[in-house]
Design a protein around this ligand. Sequence first.
Ligand code: DGT
Ligand code: CA
Ligand code: CA
Length: 572
Amino acid sequence: MRNQEIARIFYEIADFLEMEGVQFKPYAYEKAAITLETLKKDVAEIYKEGGKKALEGIPGVGKSIAEKIEEYLKTGKIKYYQDLKRKTPIKMEELTAVEGLGPKRAKVLYQKLGIRNLKDLERAARTHKIASLFGFDVKTEKNILEGIAFLKRSKGRFLLGEILPVVKEVYEKLKNLKEVKRVDPAGSVRRMKETIGDVDFLVITQPGGEEKIMDFFTSLPGIIKIWGKGTTKASVRMKEGFDMDIRVVPARSYGSALQYFTGSKEHNIATRKIAMDKGLKLSEYGLFRGPKMIVGKTEEEVYKTLGMQWVPPELRENQGEIEAALEGKLPKLIDYRDIKGDLHCHSKWDGGTNSIEEVVKTAQEMGYEYLGISDHTKFLRIEHGLDEKKLSEQRKEIEKLNSKLKNFKILQGAETNIMADGSIDIKDEALKKLDYVIAGIHSNFKMEKEKMTERIIKAMKNPNVDIISHPTGRILKRRDEYQIDFDKILRAAKETKTILEINSFPERLDLNDQNIRRAKEAGVKMIINTDAHHKDQLRYIEFGIAQARRGWVEKEDIINTKPLEKLLKFFK
Ligand code: DGT
Ligand code: CA
Ligand code: CA
């Protein structure tokens, strides 16, 4: 798939254009990038089948952008992009990865201080060259250094959302190979951890199939380096920057190998100790008594022989699951098919890509029973936020669509803004008319802990606010949580019957697994939403459900596992 590469370039073009102060065009490139990122079909394929015209048929792709895609597919380059880069030779992606540093500021830093990359930026900030520039101050300098430190901490890890699509593609290819009897992704991918270091595949082969599998794996498209290739093991680097390992293991050891390579290391140490206490030895080769192998073929029999329940991979972090499994008290986790609808989706009304009708169609294809449209509201002017009047116009469209739908209901919500003082940017009378109200923080992220906590609690006390979106504000690899007293937030959520969101967007996953578990223990209800800005992003729900499972959540804890009528009862 070339889609991701091209999307990345388009995001960068958007940044370069924004830097130049160009109007509208950056937005067009960004939109095309989002579409490409979520497109299930390979653009190269689309082009091969229908040429440039077919490319123009992709939503958000006009004539000029289609030409750029064509050029890239033919030559591997886009001249327009090369020219932009030549004009301002900075590492745009690297610099704008620093929280709070946008393209415009990057340009100023380049022009005034010659800053081209992260290294230059760090040096300039450390030697206090930035604070004295017009439009910057000591605080921005401090923020830049904090942003850089944050990037360094998360370096070398990749978002589950970036990795999983590649893993699924490779998995399908391996599965279809006639030499492959069974294949599974193991490691942190199987545990659905929010970020991934590397990908680990395990395979059982048909007799004599090892060589074929090694050859196939090391010649997958997208490989830029082969670290090693043996008879049963291989390791490669993908163009996206992450590594993939594969191991062929014998069928009789497959269960114990899968258990071992799924990890986590901490979970394994604990299971090995349990084996030892029983006079057994657990390894990737099997569960042994002395030299004799007792079991090893399946994970289930390995856990059973250890006197434990089989542990869902998402729980394997040695965070209490060992004890629970020994007592037969593991939670009955929410299932990947339990969600009945998504209540956080944006539409064309606030500048999203798709019409309400289009998003609804995807929701129906996913087997949902309802969908909530929750566009941004007026404070977010850059996001074309809706005001009271627009909301009531939107209501009419939704009612009209609903009258035509069978066995499906569109709800009207809104993702309103929690202002610095905790008030909401839409009048109460207008909020009352909505089916439900989401409130989230989209500004003033850096507030003192106490003030930030009070700000969110005040929003929860608003009798119209039902859901707090992305409650802690963290952005993976970019921004830490806001300073908040989460226990206090949980108590207030419980008291005010406010629902906390598990936002499924790969960069957010907010609440994260640990906060989800705390919320569950506090008896706070949650909702798993996607925050989709494009219809295909409704599929991100998988990542939110994975986090919920990692947070020990059961079906009962999540309100959008309920049918519509029961769901509505949770709103104030
Ligand atoms: P990652 O790749 O950093 O996201 O995390 P994992 O969990 O996939 O770790 P990785 O790829 O280093 O190893 C895969 C699994 O192999 C790991 O989850 C548990 C097992 N493993 C690796 N090293 C050790 C070890 O030193 N001791 C034990 N008991 N298990 C290990
Ligand atoms: Ca791994
Ligand atoms: Ca590995």
